[in-house]
Write a protein that binds this ligand. Structure first.
Ligand code: ZN
Length: 358
């Protein structure tokens, strides 16, 4: 999720916008310009931002309900197909997930009802039918929200309907199986919708279907990984047989280590055994091509590496490793001693073994 910018923070949740969202702004702006010149472009963009506000309210429906069950939401991302509130975990009980999934559509429904009431009180008879881009602002906003509501309840990830389906399935068959079936159903629906979109000349539908397909796969994979690693601590998942390299060693020494074993990343230590950084294979190759084999490990290594505690839990450790952008992190205990290496390869192997035994 590198393609995002943070625009604000509400109730402990960062509000981020995915850069592809601006493609949608441009798309709407151009469409509005073609219909009504600069005023049309402005009107289209105002409509889009009003809609964007409605989507945020919808997401905060999920976020506030999740908070009631003690589940925090570190961030919410706005994508062209809508918002995604990234809950830190799936609530323990399927009933709680059901309520969280329904809270967003409930907010959207409330917006539709409120806009309908405002229009009716103003003497306008709101029409619920075809979308009319020239229609009055509030009426159009109400109808777009109505479409959003129906779309969101479609039973496929990453839409809310997918979570409702998963919650209903997992209450009977458990989280992993429930997610797997909900994800397969979502992907199958996305393939059908995508093919229809391509053959019927609806490229936007095909694009949405692609997002749904990818979202469903990612959700299923994330849940399987999370469940497979449940209860694990870093000291159970780290590599304990490894070689460290002194910060003053030359890159020629490092090449010797690299070629003599399977190890690809080396913790770099000073004279007292304290971790100074990590030398990855990429660091080594780049260091040799830029400064030659006589230069030191200290010049080529990645510095400011955040070491992991051996008592850290599985999910937090995995997130720390992923966010570091490195293939491995040193594991350092409370006394500052280097006790292991946390590597993605090793975690993958461990999860494969755990799954095979389960
Ligand atoms: Zn939602």
């Amino acid at each position: 999720m590198g393609w995002t910018i943070t625009i604000g923070r509400v109730a402990g949740t960062e509000i981020k916008v995915h850069l592809t969202f601006f493609i949608l702004v441009a798309f709407w702006g151009v469409a509005g310009y073609q219909q009504g010149g600069p005023a049309g472009a402005l009107a289209a963009c105002i409509m889009l931002f009003a809609l964007f506000a409605c989507v945020l309210l919808h997401e905060f429906g999920h976020i506030l309900m999740a908070g009631r069950f003690g589940v925090r939401t570190p961030d919410v991302i706005l994508l062209p197909i809508g918002g995604v509130a990234r809950l830190e975990r799936i609530p323990d009980e399927p009933r709680q997930e059901l309520l969280i999934a329904l809270a967003g559509p409930a907010v959207t429904l409330a917006i539709v009802v409120a806009l309908y009431a405002v229009l009716a009180l103003g003497g306008v008879a709101p029409r619920m039918g075809e979308l009319d881009p020239d229609g009055p602002f509030l009426e159009t906003l109400m109808r777009v929200n109505l479409y959003l509501l129906v779309f969101n309840l479609f039973p496929a990830f990453p839409m809310d309907g997918g979570r409702v389906l998963r919650a209903l399935l997992s209450s009977r068959m458990g989280l992993v199986a429930g997610t797997r079936i909900a994800a397969r159903f979502g992907q199958a629906s996305a393939v059908v919708a995508g093919l229809y979109g391509l053959t019927a000349g609806e490229p936007l539908l095909a694009l949405v279907a692609l997002f749904v397909y990818l979202g469903a796969g990612a959700e299923a994979a994330a849940v399987e990984t999370r469940v497979a690693g449940e209860g694990l601590k870093v000291d159970q998942m780290m590599v304990t047989q490894f070689r460290a390299i002194p910060v003053h060693a030359t890159l020629a020494d490092a090449v010797g280590l690299l070629l003599s074993s399977e190890q690809r990343e080396f913790p770099v230590v000073d004279n007292l055994g304290r971790v100074e950084g990590v030398l990855t294979r990429d660091n080594l190759i780049k260091g040799i091509s830029q400064r030659g084999t006589d230069s030191t490990v200290g010049e080529a290594m990645t510095t400011q590496v955040k070491a992991v505690s051996p008592r850290l839990g599985f999910q937090e450790a995995l997130e720390q490793l992923r966010s570091s952008g490195l293939p491995a992190l040193p594991v350092v205990d409370d006394t500052g001693r280097l006790v292991g290496m946390l590597t993605l390869d090793n975690i993958t192997d461990l999860l494969l073994v755990r799954r095979a035994r389960a």
